[in-house]
Design a protein around this ligand. Sequence first.
Ligand code: GAL
Length: 349
Amino acid sequence: MTKKRRQRGGAFLMAALAAALLTGCGGGTEKSVKSIKIGVTVYDQYDTFISQMMNMFTTYASQKEEETGVGINVEILDASGSQITQNEQVRTLIEKGCDVICVNLVDRTEPTTITDIAEKNEVPIVFFNRELVAEDLERWNQLYYVGADAFQSGIMQGELAADAFLRDPSLDKNGDGVFQYIVLEGEAGHQDAIVRTEYAINTLMEQGVEVEKLGYAIANWKRAQAQTKTTSMLSQFGSQIELIVANNDDMALGAIDALKAEEIPREDWPAIFGIDGTKEGLAAVKSGEMNATVYNDKEGQALQMLNLVYALATESGLEDISLEDGKYIRLPYSKVTQETEGQTEKGTS
Ligand code: GAL
């Protein structure tokens, strides 16, 4: 890599990170210490999973700074759902001198502008969470991806739902031996939405559970949208609904909000399954309102992404990072039930 590394006068340790978060990528001015600058742009800062992952990322950046003595300045920008805004943000972060940029694409089919700017300026890009197609990641050798295997979360969610149905006859409310379900889907076109739904339902069937789809709605990962959509499906299908399969915890929580708002007695609720293991999701599993969830390892993804950007920015230690096909880091999912809740979350306060 030919990009020159800047030695900036640095604010120190925690202070450097705090200052960076407030003021942008620029380092301090007092003393000459080696520092790196990391730019991040997220598709929507109000997305629960993404914001919790970013909290971990900044926590790990502070820890790394303390461990290594290298100043790590992190600037996180919100693209607010606009790919055009995100393209501009990447341009600005490069102009500000960021050594590496982490991109949570708004539109995972539109990485070209970003990869072109990055290649021209020789700034590596680590895409995360919203997976681009493999050919797009091949466009330049300094493009990486950190995330998880969507199909695994779908399979685990299907297994959890099948297990619940086969173990608890009361979930089959009309006693017909068939699990009648509705699906709450994430954004149309998102790899996690498409794949999770397909694998969850196929797995249920493979486990020997007969299913019947009553309806589905796209709620874009959002709790409030899921509440509205569930309310309308409740008025359409009422007590026929025995199972709610949600592509993430926020939407499962939105379904719970709807059940509560409609004052449906607790014993008449359908079984509800989420994915993510956000703080709120885990609390709902613990209280029994959500039957189970699948843990999307935000700590693992944040830590691995930090280690990767650190290696790229300092041009050291890349050989210690295990990359699939030289480009991918994928963290495994895990199942969370009321019995196992509490053993899962790895570092959030
Ligand atoms: C998924 C996650 C969702 C949402 C989405 C955003 O992996 O499960 O809750 O955060 O990413 O791209």
